[in-house]
Ligand binder design. Structure first.
Ligand code: HEC
Length: 708
């Protein structure tokens, strides 16, 4: 059993002892090695190699023997929030990250902890994380390990022992910027973006010198309302972007377009590709008066690796208005299209269409819906623009659209097997009731959407609930990107399933929301193996080979945007400590079951409140539902209907007003709410704890009447 305590000193001592033999010359990765990992068995960058295909040719574990796959070793971490990282394996060392941006290095064969690093992020930063305090992994380059932190730092660690070599502030930590993305390294430059579009962030991609941490170039994705930045993006923002932001509140809120996931690199073309987030606020009517394309939000951008100079862009959603970001992972591949070998970039962004672009020039080659989509009928190949359905640009009436802001596909990595020619997509579907927020005012530091959150929280008739439930789905889709059609599909019981790995052993691996880790036949989707992790899985697996033995590694721990904001649609479970599971053929290790402690039933006899539960219902759904679930249906962060703290105003206020749990990410709401608002929320929670019907029927009936 391996419980990692943050006894850093002890870990360091153990690490120093271990590094004598196992990690001399640690972290020895350069560009040639990352490029070679596109086709060999190594996994030395977030997406394996620069093309981010996440296909490993390793085939010792294969469709014939995968039934013998068993646990080789495991590690348990000290965080119980979402685990999204893909580990990297470099010369026998497995590097991974956990929630709260902590870094761990293990002996990849034995699981012995070599070192760990805790950036000691202030728990208050948890409030700035729209989608949980997650981290998707490290980059390794020439003896250093790089991590982006929740408080928007980029930290370079020594790969031998994890000590800090340099660190730099990528974005102002006093503002609601965070980093969850795995850095990538290209030509001695560490590439890193940031998150925060919901809160009023302005996006950019930065390139830092890998040795010194000095900023080399920065590309801003939306214009600076105050003029130029003195950055490489100045010219293209002036020439192409500024005129696409005619009016509206974007000058106040930053515009969005943050760069929080996809980055890929083509060494032959020497181009870096990155994706940008939705606009801020979501509602384009509020953001820019409903006019203009709002470049370069919701776009794929290609820049020169040395200078960051603009080369081309493709905007996935012009004038984006639904939280349809284009940051979802890219895959670069060479496909034969219309008989011609073609260098493509593929993306399955949130909006539900699968895009194939010519990556030499950004031209759209094809786009087809891979899930049910209501906001557009098709993508026009000639113009590259979506053919939007007239009702999609919601106004005061509710418009039910698919996909939802959580996307048809989110950050969960997809995988492309050159062997089968298929892209394996972790796809999902969920409707969302879009309705303009008539009373939008900019809330510095808070969520700024211009969309009514109440519309998605109201009580519904049984028919409406049934219709909604019927459209909440998850799938693993094997997609033929040349003919733009599914070849096989696995139906999932829940949405918000995990990232994917495909291998030369004719296997596709994916974890799922209910906690199983599966292997399928890559050609036909037949299930060949399953392992119960005991916790939800969202991260992508990876694989490596040492001394002729193949391993499959997976980070386990539910969390992320889906778990935080829509917990009632996922299996009810408390937060459980994250784990790293490593499998091999004949592995016989056992991970103990998680201990699940149920809160005792609440005794509400004699509990009194002066609050107005109807107003509390509105305040709750405006301020709390993004973490505690619509109408307090969440069981995860935690279930407020079962919290003893709601039984007295003092206890409740100590958390919600005084902020005594700020160190765990539950900050004080005193700057957003008046004491009476908080008491009203408590009244609402008490009513829900008693199992009363939702108050605010009138507010909600109006909302529900708009639902088609
Ligand atoms: C950014 C996410 C986020 C938002 C928004 C949020 N919370 Fe929390 N809340 C948390 C987290 C994380 C915890 C768990 C803290 C801990 O483990 O100590 C928590 C815990 C709590 C608790 C303690 C419950 C218990 O039994 O321990 C209360 C009460 C609470 N929240 C009320 C609220 C209210 C009321 C709102 C809206 C006004 C709100 N929260 C909004 C993240 C959030």
């Amino acid at each position: 059993m391996r419980i990692i305590k943050l006894a850093l000193a002890m870990a360091l001592v153990a690490g120093l002892a271990a590094c004598q033999k196992t990690t001399a010359g640690a972290g020895n990765v350069d560009g040639a090695r990352i490029a070679a990992a596109d086709t060999n068995g190594e996994w030395v960058s977030y997406g394996k190699g620069y093309s981010e295909q996440r296909f490993s040719p390793l085939d010792k574990v294969n469709a014939t023997n995968v039934g013998q796959l068993g646990l080789a070793w495991y590690a348990q971490f000290d965080t119980d929030r979402g685990q999204e990282a893909t580990p990297l394996e470099v010369d026998g060392v497995l590097y991974t990250t956990t929630a709260w941006s902590k870094v761990f290095a293990f002996d990849a064969v034995t699981g012995k902890l070599l070192w760990s690093y805790d950036p000691k992020v202030d728990g208050k930063k948890g409030f700035d994380a729209c989608c949980d305090v997650v981290n998707r992994g490290v980059a390794v380059w020439k003896g250093k390990v790089y991590v982006g932190t929740m408080d928007a730092r980029l930290v370079a660690l020594d790969a031998k022992d994890g000590h800090v070599v340099w660190q730099t502030q990528v974005a102002d930590a006093a503002k609601p910027y965070t980093i969850t993305q795995a850095p990538r390294v290209v030509k001695d430059k560490v590439l890193i973006g940031e998150s925060g579009a919901e809160y009023g962030g302005r996006g950019y991609l930065s390139a830092y010198d890998a040795a010194s941490g000095k900023l080399v170039w920065r590309f801003y994705t939306v214009p600076n309302p105050n003029g130029a930045d003195g950055a490489v993006s100045d010219k293209v923002l002036k020439d192409k972007a500024l005129a696409t932001w005619p009016e509206g509140s974007w000058k106040m809120v930053g515009g969005g377009g943050t760069v929080w996931d996809a980055i890929a690199y083509d060494p032959a073309l020497d181009l870096i590709y990155f994706g940008t987030d939705n606009g801020t606020p979501w509602n384009q009517q509020v953001r820019s008066g409903g006019k203009g394309d709002n470049l370069f939000i919701s776009s794929i951008i290609a820049v020169k690796a040395d200078t960051g100079e603009y080369v081309w862009h493709y905007q996935v959603n012009p004038g984006e208005s639904w939280d349809y970001s284009a940051v979802q992972p890219f895959i670069l591949a060479d496909l034969t299209i219309a008989g011609k070998p073609t260098k493509v970039l593929m993306q399955a962004p949130k909006n539900g269409f699968f895009y194939v672009l010519d990556r030499t020039n950004g031209k759209l080659l094809s786009a087809k819906a891979f899930v049910p989509v209501t906001w557009a009928s098709s993508i026009d190949i000639a113009t590259g623009r979506p053919v939007e359905n007239p009702s999609a640009r919601y106004k005061s009436d509710i418009d039910l659209q698919m996909p939802a802001p959580l996307g048809a596909h989110n950050w969960h990595p997809m995988s492309f097997s050159p062997k089968t020619g298929l892209v394996y997509i972790p796809a999902q579907s969920m409707p969302f009731a879009y309705q303009a927020d008539p009373k939008f005012i900019y809330k510095p530091g808070g969520w700024n959407l211009g969309v009514s959150m109440l519309a998605n929280a109201g009580p519904m008739t049984p028919e409406q609930t049934k219709a909604l439930a019927a459209n909440i789905k998850g799938w693993l889709i094997a997609w033929d990107p040349v003919n733009q059609k599914p070849v096989w599909t696995v139906n999932r019981p829940y949405f918000w399933n995990a990232g994917v790995l495909s291998t030369g052993g004719n296997l596709v691996f994916q974890g799922a929301a209910e906690g199983q880790f599966y292997a399928y036949d890559a050609a036909n989707g037949k299930q060949l193996w399953a392992y119960a992790t005991g916790n939800g899985v969202i991260a992508a697996p990876m694989t490596y080979e040492i001394k002729g033995e193949q391993y499959v590694a997976l980070m386990v721990g539910s969390g992320g945007g889906g778990q935080v904001s829509a917990p009632s649609l996922l299996p009810a479970r408390p937060r459980l400590p994250g784990r790293l599971l490593v499998f091999k053929l004949g592995g016989a290790a056992k991970a103990p079951p998680f201990k699940i402690v149920e809160p005792p039933p609440l005794n509400l006899t004699g509990v009194k409140t002066t609050g107005d539960k109807t107003h509390g219902y509105v305040v709750f759904n405006d301020n709390c539902q993004v973490c505690h679930g619509a109408n307090a249906t969440g069981s995860w962060l935690p279930d407020l209907k079962r919290s003893i703290l709601i039984t007295t105003p003092d206890d409740f206020n100590s958390v919600v007003i005084q902020g005594v749990r700020a160190h765990n990410g539950m900050v004080s709401f005193s700057k957003f709410l008046k004491p009476q608002d908080v008491e009203d929320v408590r009244a609402f929670l008490i009513s829900q704890a008693k199992g009363e019907p939702l108050p605010g029927a009138a507010v909600a009936a109006k909302a529900a009447s708009g639902a088609k």
